[in-house]
Write a protein that binds this ligand. Structure first.
Ligand SMILES: Cc1cc2nc3c(=O)[nH]c(=O)nc-3n(C[C@H](O)[C@H](O)[C@H](O)COP(=O)(O)OP(=O)(O)OC[C@H]3O[C@@H](n4cnc5c(N)ncnc54)[C@H](O)[C@@H]3O)c2cc1C
Length: 405
């Protein structure tokens, strides 16, 4: 009899773990997957291109229902797991369905943070996380005109861009002065704001949201400075929080996320965790690259083929807005001990920044011309001493003498 493996969360990290496991040991487990969403697995990252009309939902499905059937995996879609009996090693869904596990993977992802403000539950106030949210946005754009996106981070700007492509007038609200402040500094943010304004986006910078107003659906957003802006749709994109309610209630050790060790084991017997629900040391996650590394380590553990350890590393981010090229990785702000190299050509909307410490790149931020992003990122990853190429490095790989590369 095969051992039983149960996955809670039919999303990007959990299913990548199953993919990796099937490569290593296709016959070891009898696999059951529970997913709260009513679909096969899809590439969540590509929801932005779907909203912008560049892709269809069908094109972003990575594992359709047939795939699970072909692999002999039992899939329960639209089924939320609401209980775990750790003593008897059983998971239980909302509808009372039970499944026994020998090994359990916890991959419940994140929840979008909502704003605890008056009017937060009015129709038309939504977040941006799944296919359902995108369908609501596309349907709303067909009959309404004015959208307000709260949050000028990566997700907020991708939502704003998509809604604009769908024909809406969009205002982006940002609490601080820097857009995409996890990825940009003030200079790059200013360049981006100018370019997005030229495309028709409006920005409300340094605004603090106070209330959502409306009768049957949202009509206005009021800010703490007293200004009110009309809105038929409000998209809140102010960050995510690990989805750990089930883990907490089941007695699995959590802090901000489900705590895991270097091999993605939780502190409960036979239970692993991967993805945005996880806290590794003091770190939680919001991008897929580290989650895919976790998936590899966890799969190797489950397959019993290696004892590789997960290690955190810098991640790189790009914005998926056509015509806006941004590449950001590592510590792009630096501190007193770092050297900062900058090339800034405002009229061509180009800004490049390299942050060095002890002659090694620790961060990079490229706006406008991102051709060298991957090269800088690989130098960062290798921790290569770049002192010999310091004079030319900011101008890009093609400017550095070949013998120094
Ligand atoms: C619009 C958008 C754009 C993004 N763009 C980028 C990008 O450009 N680059 C990047 O690196 N990252 C991007 N991300 C982030 C990336 O999508 C996430 O890091 C990734 O999806 C996290 O994977 P996960 O498996 O941890 O969570 P998810 O993919 O969210 O999967 C978790 C799944 O678990 C299900 N679930 C939760 N609780 C239960 C339960 N109790 N029972 C059953 N099922 C449950 C959820 O419904 C969900 O389907 C983007 C995210 C969004 C929303």
């Amino acid at each position: 009899m095969k051992e039983k493996l149960v996955l809670i969360g039919n999303g990007m990290a959990g299913m990548r773990t199953i993919d990796e496991l099937l490569k290593l040991s296709p016959d070891k487990y009898d696999i059951t997957v529970f997913g709260a969403e009513p679909h096969g697995n899809y590439n969540r990252i590509m929801l932005s291109p779907v909203l912008a009309g560049d892709k269809t939902i069908d094109q972003i499905i990575t594992h359709d229902l047939q795939w699970y059937e072909d692999k002999g995996i039992t899939l329960h879609i639209g089924k939320t797991v609401t209980g775990i009996d750790r003593g008897n090693q059983i998971v239980i869904t909302e509808a009372g369905k039970q499944a026994h596990y020998d090994k359990l993977i916890f991959a419940t992802g994140s929840n979008p943070i909502t704003l605890p403000l008056k009017g937060k539950d009015i129709e038309g106030v939504i977040t941006f996380r799944d296919i359902n949210d995108v369908n609501i946005m596309i349907a709303t754009a067909k009959i309404h005109k004015k959208a307000v996106v709260i949050g000028g981070g990566l997700l907020g700007l991708e939502a704003a861009n998509g809604l604009m492509t769908q024909g809406m007038d969009v205002s982006v609200v940002q609490r601080g002065s820097i857009l995409m402040d996890q990825q940009l500094d003030q200079a790059a943010s200013d360049l981006m704001q100018t370019e997005l304004e030229a495309k028709g986006m409006t920005f409300l910078i340094d605004y603090d949201t106070a209330e959502f107003m409306g009768q049957d659906r949202v009509e206005k957003v009021r800010f703490s400075n007293g200004i009110e802006v009309e809105a038929d749709l409000v998209v809140i994109a102010v960050g995510v929080r690990p989805n750990i309610a089930l883990a907490q209630q089941s007695g699995i050790m959590c802090e901000r996320g489900v705590l895991v060790d270097d091999t993605l084991k939780t502190y409960s017997k036979n239970i692993y965790a991967v993805g945005e629900c996880v806290q590794y040391r003091n770190e939680t996650f919001g991008l897929v690259a580290p989650l895919f590394k976790q998936a590899k380590v966890c799969a190797a553990q489950l397959a019993n083929v290696s004892n590789n350890k997960y290690q955190s590393s810098a991640t790189a981010t790009k914005l998926k807005v056509t015509g806006i090229n941004v590449f950001s990785a590592g510590d792009f702000n630096g501190d007193e001990q770092s050297d900062i190299l900058i090339y800034h050509d405002p009229s061509r909307h180009i800004y490049k920044k390299l942050v060095l410490k002890e002659n090694k790149i620790i961060g990079t931020l490229l706006y406008g011309d991102t051709r060298d992003g991957n090269w800088y990122f690989s130098l960062l990853g290798m921790q290569k001493d770049v002192s010999a190429m310091r004079e030319d490095i900011i101008f890009g790989k093609h400017q550095v003498s070949e013998h120094l590369l």
